[in-house]
Design a protein around this ligand. Sequence first.
Ligand SMILES: Cc1ncc(COP(=O)(O)O)c(C=O)c1O
Length: 405
Amino acid sequence: MRAQPQQLADVTALEDQCQLATYKKMPIVAERGEGVWLYASDGQKYLDLYGGHAVAGTGHSHPHVVAAIVEQTEKLLFYSNLVYSQVRARAAEKLVSIAPESLTKVFFCNSGTEANENAMRMARLATGRENLITFSGGFHGRTADAISATFLGKYRELGKPNVPGHLQAEFGDVESVEKLADETVAAIMLEPIQSMAGVRTAAPTFFRDLRKICDERGIVLIYDEVQTGVGRTGEWFFAGSEAGGRIVPDVITLAKALGSGIPVGACLVSEKIASHIKENDLGTTFGGGMIAMTAVNATLEAIENDLMLENVKSVEAHLRERITEIPQVMRVRGLGFLLGLEFDDKAAPIHQGLLERKVITGTSSDPKVLRLLPALCLKPAEIDLFIDELKTVIANLSSSRKDAK
Ligand SMILES: Cc1ncc(COP(=O)(O)O)c(C=O)c1O
């Protein structure tokens, strides 16, 4: 038997040889993780402010989540929705109990794109209409309907031929919505904070206006909370928050941090929408499986037990205060631990410089914005470390620019 490749060069060569080259990867062989720390096979330790695409909400391998999954693996790995399950019942009840009051039902699936596909289908079934309004800069996934709803960069083009009936409005601009929202429109769907577009936010009045349009014209309001949900903003959901004008949509879609790394997605649905959904209208083999449901239960328990929502709020405030020491940061966009640092120049060299100093951050489609999507357990001392590293990277970049002149 061949030995497992351990060295960076071996692993890189093997993945590059055998895996489709669809991702620009960092030169890290991830081996183990603990909280906000990622350990590589060469012994290097990284401060992870990206959380594997916003997935590690509870931190890497949270002991409560790991223990619950290990215990469940010995009982039953999977059975579909053709049987009842204690862990599924608990996960459904728990999610509904933390959701805004009017969202009373859940549908489980496996990913963010799948949650959005199902949300859009529910809206069409509930209204008998076909068209959907989504927004410039929004990202909703890569399956046919979700990519057709994605008016961000090249994505929609990649999904050609697109699913018909997708209409584009401007994020934050209610007039652009009003013009499109006629009797053919089933739903308005949006990322309430547009993450990939560079952490773009809208005023609370925008959300209130959208709710009003939907109520008056019989349109379903869907929030894609794949990134903002499960505590990332310092609340369980953006829906119902002060930043969102206390508005609650008819459907919330979730994925990413919901299973702490075990693939799971969900749609939280109002009673009114649920009343239109019948047996066999939606389905997916793996949705609601026992391992995924155990991961959901343990994730929500860990967030509660460790007071992570409170932590997000206080540590966000600490970051906002400390970042004022860096004049090159023009603005901090976003909320909680979905933050975009807007620089006075390109963010890519800063992202690269931080990586060389063992700090993982994210870029976005806005070239000046560096994204932070850390675990909800990030501590002030780790922010302090980040600030020190950021200062060093910026100082190095400006001295190398001077040298080049
Ligand atoms: C806001 C949003 N919606 C949907 C998706 C798609 O989720 P998934 O990759 O799990 O299909 C993503 C993924 O990045 C996302 O950020």
